[in-house]
Design a protein around this ligand. Structure first.
Ligand code: NDP
Length: 308
């Protein structure tokens, strides 16, 4: 059985940052990339809000660089994923996707979150070509254009008001005749003149051509079908934290986000830490995920030293 001091699960900014810090501290971490190497960021194109890049950086380049940086300090980065893990007692017992067994003294869970999509084939076809689940990441590309945001919760309202500051017009496609969002968020939307709310509407199809998204075909709850002309189609229907692997042992909130103690990355299981979007429902940025990966690494180091 292979013995590791720190097992890092996930390869987004949180996972790689924790690998950089723990490997520099001679913890010799083992990181499993998971089923989406590079994490959620790799579903976007240009990242313009990660500090240090005057002209932005391609998301895949950024993640490749993070991986190379972690490896340069000796992190053992492995493709594949952790199939199962038992956190009932230390050392923790894990099995990877090749059937290899590991014993880990500490674990950093950096499995991220997955944006929810509607599941339409046309939506899949135009992902990265006008379909996006991140207004903060991609909104800038739609300056002066017309976009739509699907959803009626806080995320959708926040995305719509953010986009309204950049775009000529923002449609909100809301499936009921009320918002789920907080009153304050609703007010913000109602007070933004270039947001038009399409109540009682669902998306039947995202329309487009070689250049990308050109519109959306909507259906009202009454059955009426109509098209809108848009350049971008944003999803704001929530995220799903990827915590199933550990939720038997690690406490989560009712939506599955891992709960951490105070401002730390400590979970309720001693020796198990969580970083990045799997424990963050609010900020969900590459930079905040990286920062929490750093916190987890420092806490792992302290934890391992306290066990000597
Ligand atoms: P929510 O689950 O709160 O809202 C999801 C929205 O998407 C709802 O309006 C829902 O409609 C709609 N929706 C879901 N599935 C579909 C679908 N298939 N088709 C069309 N519409 C759909 O998710 P959020 O991400 O908005 O928020 C998650 C949590 O994070 C909340 O607790 C929220 O308060 C919090 N948050 C807080 C923020 C802040 O305070 N600044 C910012 C962002 C999030 P329906 O209402 O009909 O179910």
């Amino acid at each position: 059985m292979e013995k590791v001091r720190c097992l890092i699960i996930g390869s987004g900014p949180a996972g790689y940052t924790s690998a950089i810090y723990t490997s520099r501290a001679s913890v010799h971490p083992v990181l499993y990339e998971g089923i989406q190497p590079g994490g959620q960021l790799t579903t976007t194109t240009l990242v313009e809000n990660y500090p240090g890049f005057e002209h932005g950086v391609d998301a895949n380049v950024l993640m490749t660089q993070m991986k190379a940086q972690a490896k340069s300090f000796g992190a053992d980065v492995r493709s594949g994923f952790i199939e199962s893990i038992d956190l009932s007692g230390r050392p923790f017992h894990a099995v990877d996707s090749n059937g290899n067994e590991l014993e880990a003294e500490s674990v950093i869970i950096a499995t991220g979150a997955t944006a929810r999509y509607l599941g339409l084939p046309s939506e899949e076809k135009f992902k990265g070509l006008g379909v996006s689940a991140c207004a903060t990441c991609d909104g800038f590309f739609y300056r002066g254009k017309v976009v739509a945001v699907v959803g009626g919760g806080d995320s959708a309202c926040e995305e719509a008001t953010y986009l309204a500051g950049l775009c000529k017009k923002v449609y909100m496609i809301v499936r009921r005749d009320v918002f789920r969002a907080s009153k304050a968020m609703q007010e913000r939307v109602f007070n933004t003149p270039n947001i038009e709310i399409l109540w009682n509407c669902n998306t039947q199809e995202v329309l487009g051509d070689m250049s990308g998204v050109t519109g959306a075909r909507l259906v009202r709850n009454s059955g009426e079908i109509f098209d809108i002309q848009i350049d971008g189609f944003f999803l704001g229907i929530g995220h799903h934290p990827n915590s199933e692997l550990v939720s038997k042992w690690v406490s989560t909130d009712s939506d599955g986000y891992i709960l951490t103690e105070g401002k730390s990355s400590r979970t309720n299981v001693e020796g198990v830490f969580a970083a990045g979007d799997v424990q963050d429902r609010n900020y969900r940025q590459a930079i905040t995920a990286a920062a929490s990966g750093c916190m987890a690494a420092l806490e792992v180091e302290r934890f391992l030293n306290s066990q000597k």
